[in-house]
Design a protein around this ligand. Structure first.
Ligand SMILES: NC(=O)c1ccc[n+]([C@@H]2O[C@H](COP(=O)([O-])OP(=O)(O)OC[C@H]3O[C@@H](n4cnc5c(N)ncnc54)[C@H](OP(=O)(O)O)[C@@H]3O)[C@@H](O)[C@H]2O)c1
Length: 330
């Protein structure tokens, strides 16, 4: 890295093809905002979509993807002193402005979260957008009135970024967690995160089920959507809730109103992208204290910018377990 340029992983789209790799970017090519020396980023499903034209996520080309970043302010900005450790994620980062897969980034100061006490920058990126979304899901369920000791809570897409942190957070808070996963080889991993029971992904994603089925879980954290979410809704207990954040299983929701009007089930929408900054900072504060996931070292797998291409492919094929954290200076 020189004063005027830095290493970055970039995707350049031409028609239906994308050329991806590590390159050198000029600081002058960064958008407006506080200059950050990035130390860590992490890999999310959305980054994989942003790196391929069919993902329809990136709004600029070339783009430095990376919706999550943690680093150190390179200059004073908006009341924060140079040297302050900060986190940034969501909003337009890694979508319509360059993101965290780089040694440097610029981010509007009003989007910055000072690193909360209790977290290192690496731990914050093991959590990242995915863990933040999991925390928002758990908070939403508890705000709804879900409490441990009332019955099992399901987590779908359990080996993924959102799912693995959700399993961990719920188990730590005393819930009986049932993890749904398509990875037969990941059962030990899920149990190590705190899952008491495991459901095969295929038992939840089949069409043709009953609109109201046996009441099985008091609540669910769902990051799969599609037929899976429809089937989950049909099996939530009376008055329960599902926090829905994702669509790895599809954007359609082939359900009926019956779970809502006959069982009082609530579908709670979770969005991490436009979360107002004060709420974002408050949830991060909890992620460093009472909602801090355990075993962050086991969930996170460190990679360098050079390894990103393969990991992004793996995310799209559903083959990745846990969180890949990017040591951008490696
Ligand atoms: N609303 C928000 O603010 C927000 C924030 C973050 C993420 N998201 C969304 O949440 C979802 C998960 O994100 P992530 O970062 O956790 O992704 P991820 O790490 O790739 O995990 C997704 C998991 O879903 C499961 N899965 C993969 N393909 C599937 C399929 N075809 N059908 C059913 N399950 C499948 C896999 O778990 P198993 O193998 O264990 O089944 C996979 O590990 C994505 O749709 C993402 O866009 C939304």
């Amino acid at each position: 890295m020189s004063a005027s340029s830095f290493r970055a992983f970039q995707a350049v789209t031409t028609g239906d093809a994308a050329e991806r790799g590590v390159t050198t970017v000029a600081v002058a090519d960064l958008p407006d905002g506080a200059l950050i020396d990035v130390h860590w980023s992490s890999v999310n499903y959305k980054d994989a979509l942003a790196s391929t034209p069919s993902g329809k996520v990136a709004r600029i080309s070339p783009i430095v993807p990376g919706i999550d970043l943690a680093g150190v302010l390179a200059e004073d900005a908006g009341g924060l002193a140079a040297g302050t450790e900060v986190i940034a994620h969501g909003y337009d980062i890694g979508v319509s402005r360059h993101g965290g897969f780089a040694e440097r980034a610029r981010v509007p100061v009003e989007w910055l979260v000072p690193l909360p006490p209790g977290l290192t920058m690496r731990e914050a990126m093991v959590i990242g957008t995915a863990g933040f979304t999991a925390a928002m899901s758990v908070v939403a369920l508890e705000d709804h009135g879900v409490r441990c000791g009332t019955g099992p809570v399901l987590v779908t897409g359990a080996t993924g970024g959102v799912g693995s942190v959700a399993v961990n957070l719920l188990a730590q808070r005393g819930y009986e967690v049932v993890a749904s996963s398509g990875k037969a080889g990941a059962h030990d991993y899920l149990r190590s995160l705190g899952a008491k029971d495991i459901v095969e992904r295929d038992t939840l994603n089949q069409a043709g089920g009953r609109p109201l089925d046996a009441m099985t879980w008091v609540a669910a954290v769902d990051c799969v959507g599609g037929q899976t979410l429809a089937n989950v809704l049909s099996r939530i207990s009376y008055g329960g809730a599902v926090a829905a954040s994702g669509l790895t299983g599809g954007a359609q929701l082939p359900t009926t109103v019956l779970p809502f009007i006959l069982r009082g089930v609530s579908l709670l929408g979770i969005d991490s992208v436009q979360t107002p900054i004060e709420r974002r900072r408050a949830v991060w504060h909890r992620l460093g204290s009472d909602l801090k996931p355990t075993g962050l070292a086991d969930i996170g797998h460190d990679i360098g910018l050079d390894e990103l291409d393969g990991v992004l492919e793996g995310i799209l094929s559903g083959a990745i377990t846990g969180r890949n954290v990017v040591d951008v200076r490696r």
